[in-house]
Design a protein around this ligand. Sequence first.
Ligand SMILES: *[C@@H]1O[C@H](CO)[C@@H](O)[C@H](O)[C@H]1NC(C)=O
Ligand SMILES: *[C@@H]1O[C@H](CO)[C@@H](O)[C@H](O)[C@H]1NC(C)=O
Ligand SMILES: *[C@@H]1O[C@H](CO)[C@@H](O)[C@H](O)[C@H]1NC(C)=O
Ligand SMILES: *[C@@H]1O[C@H](CO)[C@@H](O)[C@H](O)[C@H]1NC(C)=O
Ligand SMILES: [Zn+2]
Length: 478
Amino acid sequence: MLAKSLVPLALLMFPRPPGESPNSCLSFYGSSPTGKWSFYGTDDLDCVAAAASYGDSGALADAAHPPDTRLVWLESDVTAVDDSLRAAEAEVDVLSHLLASIKSSSSMALDGQQRILDGSEPREPVEAMYRDHSGSALLLRVDAALAPTLDTHLPRLWRSMLVPSSPAPFVPVPDAAIERVRTILKHVKFDPTVASLVNNISVPLLRADARWLTGEDSRSPIVSRHSFSSDTPKAAAWLVERFEETGATCRLAPFLTGFAPNVICAYPATTNTTETVLLSAHYDSRGSFGSTRAPGGDDDGSGTTALLGIARAIQRRGVRFAKNVQLCAFAGEEQGLLGSRAYARELREAGANLTLMVQADMLAYHKAGEPPQLGLPDLIGTPEVTQLVANLSAIYSPELNVGFTPACCSDHQSFHEQGFPSTQVFERAGPIADPMYHNSGDLTDREGYDFEQLKSIAKVQFATLLHSAGYEVPADEA
Ligand SMILES: *[C@@H]1O[C@H](CO)[C@@H](O)[C@H](O)[C@H]1NC(C)=O
Ligand SMILES: *[C@@H]1O[C@H](CO)[C@@H](O)[C@H](O)[C@H]1NC(C)=O
Ligand SMILES: *[C@@H]1O[C@H](CO)[C@@H](O)[C@H](O)[C@H]1NC(C)=O
Ligand SMILES: *[C@@H]1O[C@H](CO)[C@@H](O)[C@H](O)[C@H]1NC(C)=O
Ligand SMILES: [Zn+2]
């Protein structure tokens, strides 16, 4: 019968986006960081046998692993990036690359914490349990101490994810929730007060906030926002102060030992409702291969900065919302959406009433000569929420060229899997082209980093919030 224990007997991987299990004997464990693979667990051998007939070339792994190890999924991100980035990346055998990197850093320093790998370990720190036929996805068993920072040993077009250790049933978005978004969409029309409010987002303040997060501002104590860096909790504390200055109430929400916490901020509703509109970004980042220096100016300092820009405008103009509003900055995104998965699950278990959520991840970069853009997800998300964002963009940020992007999967995926209406905003109507993607050179002061585009996309996020949460402003601010 269905897995009661936390570790299933078998883990099955299918190349398909998150969705309901192909058979009720399989429990959904989550989907991969590209949204292309889904994981299921079962303790039932008949169920495993039946899975062989599902058609799409799934794979099976023995999920048993020593308690001091973790299962980690690796996947190439290559289809989500522009040719210019792909060309710069040498063909590598990811596993030998990984092992060489781990061994060469025989004493790897992470903020003074020394981890010594002296070669006397009884087993390899990393062992492949499954590799797909194209070589673009692998399941590994990894020493538990190493697993959370495995991303620092990966070529940058590879992403890693800690495989969830317990099932989280896939919940489709209920029809009533989609209907609610359709109703908002139906009533969208130009509102001069909304236009005035969204235009209040200040580019100089966006720049100042982003430069603080990257450490480009020499007064900032932040050098890295890797989830495991000791600077990242400093960034979290700073975010709490900034958001609270704007009238929000914030809490630091730890989700996994060793990781910086989520930052969850809320503005109360002026009406008696449980409905909540949520905007988010991830404030953790990832640096170059072999480095934990992760300034993350674009990924995802830009999305985090957009939230701050919106919060500052809320405060300056005295905006109050009819519904509850949350602004969330997640951590652990780069290790497999860990912070948002924990939070989305918590909201689902609490019976939260999310009207919609919009994740902002990488908003500021476009190639030289390209117009400002807004990319929307073609794979993961709720089409009605995506349509709402597109229509509000046409109204309030007509300077943006709107289109779809294959750059998939940020924290909205966690909400999508829990049945909350969700979408994502991204910097290009096409694949990732930022040459500093997953690079320690991801600063704001460089060609292609466009604060005007960042403001334009933040305006769309803010307009989505105002139109879906309802608002009031003091008479002289209208
Ligand atoms: C949203 O925009 C599309 C494309 O411009 C348009 O066809 C549609 O009527 C708009 N929907 C609403 C409800 O305004
Ligand atoms: C935002 O609104 C405030 C208060 O009305 C005003 O003082 C400020 O100049 C505005 N800023 C921008 C960038 O529009
Ligand atoms: C708010 O609404 C709930 C459910 O409709 C109701 O039980 C409660 O009394 C209301 N509270 C206030 C303060 O009106
Ligand atoms: C969610 O909000 C709607 C609208 O206020 C309300 O009708 C519904 O009962 C709420 N659902 C929950 C689970 O609170
Ligand atoms: Zn990101």
